[in-house]
Design a protein around this ligand. Structure first.
Ligand code: NAP
Length: 285
């Protein structure tokens, strides 16, 4: 049966956000899909049209780092539907680079989107959910939140922060009848690895002591992303599944590799895990 739930999603111009918005609209949900540049909406509209969901979809401009744009988008949703049943905090960026090549501003840029961006949106949405004593907040985390990864510390740290925040929020919002869940996907070929890829300020600086290893890792990641055949729709399907559960779990690990990684981290010493990672990434070290 089609759902009449109102779903508010961030970062819908590409990747998981786009697919989740199109999928849910196609299945009858009332979807408010936000993106910071609405001139990018055609791909989403095309995808939703193909799933016969375009009439259930409204695209709104919203940058998760800009509180005024969040307030304006939430006001529009409230005026149009009066409620928000589900918030999906999906917007996110990656940034490659060794710590010494990163500036303080680089770290802040990543946190402003991946961590503070989610907080900014939750802050505006909760006053709409709380009086109804129901609602669901799904934060898109990552398997990167399970352990460190060289040359990806800003992203990893931002997702660890999001996880810790989400666990705390889960306990707080239970008191208000609102659920919180995190999804932890493994890697999928979206724009995050190429078109939307970002790099540390000194990533391409020939004087950097990390220059060669950085370029090597960049090629490795791009090759891996290019050959990745996993369908990002899997993530959209898990998000829909969570929305449909009467009592969702807190943590959703998506994909075999993520589950294996989590299992290993729980059962082997960190030093051994780190040795394995180094051997995979830097076999000639
Ligand atoms: N792909 C993976 O392997 C993977 C794995 C685990 C977790 N994730 C997470 O999944 C989420 C979606 O990423 P994706 O893989 O679908 O990558 P993507 O294709 O690059 O999509 C990222 C989305 O976030 C948006 N965004 C970036 N900065 C924003 C801001 N300030 N305000 C609003 N929107 C903003 C982008 O919009 P613009 O078009 O305007 O840049 C884009 O719509 C992210 O949180 C990411 O960390 C991805």
């Amino acid at each position: 049966m089609p759902s009449s739930k109102v779903v508010f999603i961030t970062g819908c111009s590409s990747g998981f956000g786009l697919l989740t918005a199109a999928r849910l609209a196609g299945h009858g949900y009332r979807v408010f899909a936000t993106m910071r540049d609405v001139s990018k909406k055609d791909l989403l509209l095309f995808e939703a049209e193909g799933r016969k969901g375009a009439s259930n979809l409204t695209v709104l401009p919203m940058d998760v780092t800009n509180p005024e744009s969040i307030r304006a988008a939430v006001r529009e949703v409230a005026a149009a539907s009066g409620v928000i049943d589900v918030l999906v905090n999906n917007a996110g960026i990656g940034m490659g680079g060794f710590f010494e090549d990163m500036t303080d501003g680089d770290y802040r840029d990543v946190f402003n989107v991946n961590f503070f961006g989610a907080l900014n949106v939750i802050r505006e949405v909760l006053p709409i959910m709380r009086p109804r004593k129901k609602g669901l907040i799904i934060n898109v985390s990552s398997m990167a939140a399970f352990s460190g990864t060289p040359a990806f510390s800003a992203y990893v740290a931002s997702k660890w922060a999001l996880e810790g925040f989400s666990e705390s929020l889960y306990m707080e919002l239970k008191l208000q009848g609102i659920d919180v869940a995190v999804v932890e996907p493994g890697s999928y070929k979206t724009r995050i690895f190429k078109e939307n890829a970002r790099y540390a300020t000194n990533f391409f600086n020939l004087q950097s002591p990390y220059f060669q290893v950085s370029q090597y890792l960049k090629d490795l990641v791009e090759t891996h992303a290019q050959s990745n055949t996993r369908d990002p729709e899997e993530v959209a399907a898990v998000i829909e599944n969570i929305i449909n559960k009467p009592s969702p779990s807190f943590r959703y690990v998506i994909g075999f590799r993520s589950k294996l990684k989590l299992f290993m981290l729980r059962h082997i010493p960190f030093k051994f895990y780190a040795w394995m990672v180094r051997n995979v990434l830097f076999p000639k070290e």
